[in-house]
Ligand binder design. Structure first.
Ligand code: BEZ
Ligand code: FE
Length: 287
């Protein structure tokens, strides 16, 4: 017989966790036991009513029903609750001056073809052309070659190509570049614009009920990878954007706000410089 065969309000956590079997994977046992501990504390803390519990079940049901191959409402929920940023933060602690991470978001696409450095990633010619440039170095400032820089942004109306198949050219405002020995990168895109996260589902309704807006400040996504270094998954944010201090998914970090300077006398209207610094992967501790 287990130590807590019957459920009581006071011993509710023990009643549940005492049933975890001896053969359970230790990490699973720890995570689930702590989850039950915090969940029960939450229910007791707020004195959850039967109606509120029913509402929560309906909300989670709708969230699941909103998901398909192109829409992941649970990730959106995690994003707006700050959980995505917290998981990212505790798993990507880096020493200065390494570039900080932020949320990946749902709009990254694998398999975009590598382009020659300097290419234009905007395929519909719409919006304000912007030159993105900078360097990728290690912590000591040494330029890194062979760095794969995967970039993506929304279009002038605030939509990614995958949100408007048939309307936007495939891989519009996406590109992959590889640095040479000088560690430099440069490419032409557009000055990104702020946009709402998909808010036509339960997560959007929740934001509305909470008096929160669904907007993200304008940003360019970067995924920067090289063997031997931590991958950097991040954005650069447009300095001065109205939503910098109220990002719906909490993705903004001060160090990621980039200047976008006007350029006169040519086709390119803006220029944004940002230097990335990579952190070496933690060396294996010898056995
Ligand atoms: C994005 O920046 O693409 C994004 C991130 C989180 C939720 C929705 C969109
Ligand atoms: Fe984005």
């Amino acid at each position: 017989m287990t130590a807590f065969p019957f459920f009581t309000e006071d011993a509710s956590v023990n009643a549940v966790n005492a049933r975890i079997g001896a053969g359970c994977d230790p990490r699973l046992a720890l995570v689930m036991a702590r989850l039950v501990h915090h969940l029960h504390a939450f229910v007791k803390d707020v004195g959850l009513t039967q109606d509120e519990w029913g509402l929560a079940i309906d909300f989670l049901t709708c969230t699941g029903q909103m998901c398909d191959a192109n829409r992941q409402e649970y990730i959106l929920l995690s994003d707006v609750l700050g959980v995505s940023m917290l998981v990212d933060a505790i798993n990507n602690r880096r020493p200065a001056p390494a570039t900080e991470n932020t949320v990946l978001g749902p709009f990254h696409v694998d398999g975009v073809a590598e382009m020659p450095m300097g290419s234009n990633i905007c395929k519909d010619g719409a919006a304000e052309p912007c030159l993105f440039e900078g360097t990728v170095t290690d912590l000591q400032g040494t330029p890194l070659d062979g760095v794969r820089i995967d970039v993506w942004s929304d279009n002038e109306e605030g939509f990614y190509d995958v949100q408007q198949p048939g309307l936007q050219p495939e891989h519009n405002n996406r590109g992959v570049f590889v640095t040479g020995p000088d560690g430099r990168y440069w490419f032409q895109g557009i000055k990104p614009v702020s946009y709402p996260i998909p808010d036509d589902g339960p997560v959007g309704q929740l934001l509305g009920r909470l008096g929160r807006h669904p907007y993200r400040p304008a940003h360019m996504h970067f995924m920067i990878r090289r063997d031997g270094y931590d991958a950097i998954i991040t954005h650069t944010f447009v300095a001065g954007d109205d939503y910098l201090t109220s990002d719906a998914v909490f993705g903004v970090k001060q160090s990621l706000v980039a200047g976008f300077d006007p350029v006169t006398g040519g086709a390119v209207k803006w220029r944004s410089r940002f230097d990335f610094v990579m952190n070496p992967v933690a060396s294996e501790v010898p056995a």
